[in-house]
Design a protein around this ligand. Structure first.
Ligand SMILES: C[S@@+](CC[C@H](N)C(=O)[O-])C[C@H]1O[C@@H](n2cnc3c(N)ncnc32)[C@H](O)[C@@H]1O
Length: 330
């Protein structure tokens, strides 16, 4: 579900334009996020907004909410009816608060009715541990394997075994677009190919080492390499702490929000000079902690580093951000 991310001061102008040409998705509301607003656009209109970033909405707000309420009238109290939900491939993911849980079945069936192309509704309870395993429960329909399309890539996976964060979509495309011809990349937390596949599809990288520890994710990584018909991804099943190749990379992706202990390994993976994309989940009060951690790890390894970029990827929880640091290491 695509949206155009527009600075607030240009929102009105872009909204009018989107409505005039029939590009605005009438099923979703405009959502305000910090300095930006997301204007929902229907598939096939993205190229008309090239000057802006196109994002996959992590929590779209549907105008159908009224219909969902109407559909549930008399059976589910208005105040527990969910205000939003996500669609990944042909699966609906919804968060329910404690009061809503006892109406899960009714809510699930109503969501399927509103989204007839979807096959199942799963309640989303978050993720756990270093493997970021999803905690989910089926509330309507059936099936957990899906193919999600994003940024011109296909991601096949089972939502009960593997996480998928719609909110990281813009970051996945941003990094793919930074890659120069002939680069060697090391993706230390590859999952099902979240970064490796878009890089292979959108750049002319020479080789992308994609390391993944979870056999379920690794199996889908292999499948996604085939599905997207890419040939330069080298999948490695193992713990990146021990299997990361050394002195090979122009770019290292550390796409895990708890990976500070892996910084020395990432630095050793860099050939002579290269870029590390370091992710972290950081409370607002210590927002520059990731930069300090990268600088400290470089100086400990006897390397210099230059911070190229620091960016919030998304809100992680109240007052906590998922951020990324791009650092050149030499
Ligand atoms: C949270 S996911 C990455 C999400 C991704 N950044 C995105 O754009 O959505 C992190 C992945 O790292 C894997 N992982 C965790 N520890 C690992 C390790 N020591 N070595 C290799 N992979 C690891 C997990 O199994 C998971 O697939």
């Amino acid at each position: 579900m695509k949206a155009v991310r527009v600075p607030k001061e240009r929102a009105e102008e872009v909204r009018r334009f989107a409505e005039r040409i029939g590009a605005k998705d009438k099923g979703r509301l405009i959502v305000s996020r910090e300095d930006f607003v997301e204007i929902p656009v229907a598939d096939g209109f993205e190229h008309l907004f090239e000057e802006f970033e196109i994002v996959e909405q992590s929590d779209p707000v549907f105008t159908q909410r009224k219909s969902l309420k109407r559909l549930l009238k008399g059976r589910v109290p208005d105040e527990v009816t969910p205000s939003g939900y996500k669609i990944i491939g042909d699966i609906i993911m919804v968060k329910l608060n404690d009061r809503a849980k006892k109406y899960a079945k009714e809510i699930g069936n109503a969501l399927l009715k509103l989204n007839p192309r979807c096959k199942a509704v799963w309640c989303d309870y978050g993720r756990e541990g270093m493997l970021r395993k999803p905690r989910v429960e089926l509330i309507a329909g059936e099936g957990s394997e899906t193919i999600h399309k994003e940024n011109g890539c296909k991601f096949k996976f089972d939502i009960t075994k593997v996480m998928f964060s719609l909110g990281n979509q813009a970051e996945r495309l941003r990094v793919a677009r930074l890659v120069d011809d002939g680069e060697v990349i090391v993706d230390m937390f590859a999952g099902i190919g979240y970064f490796a596949i878009p890089i292979a599809v959108h750049s002319r990288a020479k080789r992308i080492y994609a390391i993944e520890i979870n056999p379920d994710s690794y199996r889908y990584l292999l499948e996604n390499i085939r599905l997207n018909e890419v040939e330069n991804v080298v999948p490695i099943l193992g713990d990146s702490m021990f299997v990361t190749p050394e002195n090979v990379a122009d770019r290292v992706i550390m796409g895990h929000i708890y990976c500070q202990d892996f910084l020395p390994v990432a630095i050793r993976a860099i050939a002579e000079r290269g870029i590390i994309h370091y992710h972290e989940s950081t409370p607002e009060a210590v927002i520059d902690r990731p930069i300090r951690r990268v600088e400290k790890a470089c100086s400990k390894a006897g390397k210099k580093c230059r911070i190229l970029n620091f960016k919030k990827v998304k809100n992680y929880s109240p007052g906590v951000y998922h951020v990324v640091v791009d650092a050149e290491v030499y």
